[in-house]
Every structure is written in structure tokens, then in C-alpha cells.
Design a protein around this ligand. Structure first.
Ligand code: ATP
Length: 306
């Protein structure tokens, strides 16, 4: 029996090593898969960023030709502004952010950054210009500092700390047993969704990209966490062209324009106030969400009073 248990342990060890390797690879934005999907054009030039204005023109896209996902989407994100995409699950919201990052190529229409088609520029220059804060950040099995510094490897210790402060995560890190040297990720301390998202924000603050894509977590956050994350996002998106896949009221209300996507088409668009007046899809989504938030707050109060 003893003889058998040794090899089994060994297999467990090898398995964990492989898993670890896979996690690291997955984090590189699925780089390998991405490169298989799209290639640089032979005459691709580096993206020449002036202000970072984004434009979608009559974009049609399908993962599978038999099933169109986006059916003629046109909108602009002027330089420095924030556009929020909202809509029912499966409408194609995250797909839009993947297309801007050029994970896939569209079937027709165009996506441009400062007038340059994303298909005509090098992927490296495009992705350097865009900061992505995904719904669920997978952390490296390394220290907190390493995970933040990943946004700009040359950043000093002081810059990493400042980024953490701006991202509203410094206080949390200071309370960890080894502060910024605490190991996180699969093999270290596991962070909550909200904490991971703030690490991703700190990373993006260091990267300081002209364009930001934010995919908000759908999971409910408590009011304090939500407020902290919103504060961090307000800082990071200030004067940056921002496309946000929005789930939280706080983000939506302050967006310069809201695009309501339904089954791959723009059902409504406008500011929060304009859309409420329309009393359509957005207005009903909004009142439903607000009721849910109020119910949650109420429950919390009841629990606290117990
Ligand atoms: P949610 O709010 O639930 O995140 P969403 O509006 O962001 O939804 P998308 O993730 O953009 O929706 O997906 C739109 C549609 O595309 C869905 O029906 C989904 O099943 C399909 N889809 C997404 N990713 C792929 C993929 N890699 N291959 C094939 N189909 C996909």
C-alpha cells in the first residue's frame, strides 16, 4: 500500500504543476487561442493613438455563421467619454468588447480607433492601447505586488502602492499577514470577486491605457464594496475613452451614453434621464434592478437589527 501511495502523490504533484501552468497561460488573455483566431495583416502598422476615439459602424458578427450575434451595430465612444452597454443576458454585450480587442474579426462593417481599422493595425499595439478589466480576473500564483505590477513591470514599489490606494485595495492589502508580499491565486490567498476586480483596476492604473474596457461583474456586491469599486473606476476612467459592459446602476447613471442591446440590435440609446423618459426596455430594466437593490438593502437592515 505504501508503494502505491507514493506514485499517486507524485501524480497529484504533477497534476498540480500542470494546472498551475495552465492557469498562467489562461491569464495571458488566452493568447494562444487569440493568435489562432486572428492574424496581423501583412502590412499591419502600429496603431497611432491620438485621442482614443472608438467607432463601430454597421458591425455584423457571428461566432458561427448560422447564428448571427450582432446585427448592424453603430455607435461612437468619443475620446475621453464613457459609453455603457446594457441589455439582457446573451444580447451580445461581452462580444462587443471582445471585438474591440480584436479577439475575433467581424463579418462586415468596421471598428476603428482614431480612424484606424482594428484589422489594419498590429494586435500588439492595439492591445497595448487598451486596458481590460474583466468580470473575473484570474490572479497569478504570486505576490499581490507582482499581480499589480503586471500592468507595468517597470513600476516602482511606490507606484504599485499608489495604484493600490487609488484602486481602493491598499487598506485591505495592509491588513494581510505579509502585506504586498502575500501570495495570492490558486495556491495562495483566495480573494473575493470584488477584491480581485480592484487588483485588476490597480493593474490598469499602472498600465495607464488611453482606452478602457470594463466588464462589470454580474454578482451582487455589498454597498460598501460597490461604492469603493465605483470610486476606483471613476478615477481610472476619467479622461479615458471607456466602454463598459454595465450591470451596476451607479455606472450606468453616470455614463455619457447608454446603449441598450437586445438580440444583437440596438433597441434604445441615450442618457439615463432620456431613457427613463422613453419608458421602454431600459426603464423597465432599471426599475426592476432598483427594486432588487432596495430589497437587498432592506434585508441587510433587518439582519443588522436582529
Ligand atoms: P451576459 O450578460 O450573460 O454576459 P452578453 O450580452 O454579454 O451576456 P455575449 O457573451 O456577448 O452575451 O454572448 C452573446 C451570444 O454569443 C450568446 O448567445 C453566447 O452563447 C454566444 N457566444 C458567446 N461566446 C461564444 C463563443 N466563443 N462561441 C460561440 N458562441 C458564443
Amino acid at each position: 500500500l505504501l508503494q502505491l501511495s507514493v506514485p499517486l502523490n507524485f501524480i497529484g504533484f504533477v497534476y498540480r504543476e500542470i494546472r498551475q501552468g495552465l492557469t498562467d497561460i489562461e491569464q495571458m488573455f488566452d493568447l494562444l487561442e487569440v493568435q489562432a483566431e486572428v492574424k496581423d495583416a501583412p502590412d499591419a502598422k502600429p496603431l497611432n493613438i491620438e485621442q482614443g476615439a472608438i467607432s463601430f459602424k454597421d458591425v455584423h458578427f457571428a461566432y458561427d455563421p448560422a447564428r448571427p450575434i450582432l446585427k448592424g451595430i453603430s455607435f461612437d465612444v468619443p475620446a475621453g467619454k464613457t459609453v455603457a452597454i446594457v441589455g439582457p443576458s446573451g444580447a451580445g454585450k461581452s462580444t462587443m468588447s471582445r471585438l474591440l480587442y480584436r479577439f475575433y474579426d467581424i463579418q462586415s462593417g468596421s471598428i476603428t480607433v482614431d480612424g484606424q481599422d482594428v484589422r489594419g493595425v498590429t494586435q500588439k499595439s492595439l492591445r497595448t492601447a487598451i486596458g481590460m478589466v474583466p468580470q473575473d480576473t484570474v490572479l497569478f500564483n504570486d505576490t499581490v505586488a507582482y499581480n499589480i505590477r503586471y500592468g507595468r513591470p517597470s513600476a516602482t514599489e511606490a507606484e504599485v502602492k499608489t495604484a493600490a490606494e487609488v484602486a481602493q485595495i491598499a487598506h485591505f492589502i495592509d491588513l494581510l499577514p505579509e502585506g504586498f508580499d502575500t501570495m495570492v491565486g490558486e495556491r495562495g490567498l483566495k480573494l473575493s470577486g470584488g477584491e480581485k476586480q480592484r487588483v485588476a483596476i490597480a493593474r490598469t492604473i499602472l498600465k495607464a491605457p488611453p482606452i478602457l474596457i470594463l466588464d462589470e461583474a454580474t454578482s451582487a456586491l455589498d454597498t460598501t464594496t460597490e461604492r469603493e469599486i465605483q470610486t476606483a473606476l471613476d478615477v481610472v476612467s476619467k479622461n479615458r475613452t471607456t466602454l463598459v459592459i454595465a450591470h451596476r446602476l451607479s455606472t450606468v447613471i453616470s455614463a455619457d451614453e447608454i446603449i441598450v442591446l437586445k438580440s444583437g440590435e440596438i433597441a434604445e440609446r441615450g442618457t439615463h434621464a432620456e431613457l427613463l423618459l422613453k419608458n421602454g426596455l431600459y426603464a423597465s430594466m432599471w426599475s426592476r434592478q432598483r427594486e432588487a437593490t432596495q430589497a437587498e438593502e432592506h434585508l441587510k437592515q433587518v439582519r443588522e437589527n436582529d
